[in-house]
Design a protein around this ligand. Structure first.
Ligand code: SF4
Length: 61
C-alpha cells in the first residue's frame, strides 16, 4: 500500500500532520502536505488521517 497526496487539492488544514506525524508534515512555506515515508506499510494512524482530511487530498492505494 502506498500513500498518495495531491498538493493541488490540499487546503493546508494540517489534520494529517496532527493525526499521523510520522507520515505527514506540512510545507513551511504554504502549509501543504508532505508525505514523509512512502516505503513502509501505512498504519492505522494513516487511515485515520485519510478519513479526517477535509479536502480529500490524501489516499491509500
Ligand atoms: S489534512 Fe488534508 S488538507 Fe490538511 S494538510 Fe493534510 S492533506 Fe492537506
Amino acid at each position: 500500500m502506498r500513500i498518495e497526496a495531491d498538493r493541488e487539492v490540499c487546503t493546508s488544514a494540517g489534520m494529517c500532520a496532527l493525526t499521523a506525524p510520522e507520515w505527514f508534515d506540512q510545507d513551511e512555506d504554504d502549509g501543504r502536505v508532505i508525505v514523509l515515508d512512502r516505503v513502509g506499510e501505512p498504519d492505522a494512524a494513516v487511515e485515520d488521517a485519510v478519513e479526517l482530511c477535509p479536502s480529500g487530498a490524501i489516499r491509500l492505494r
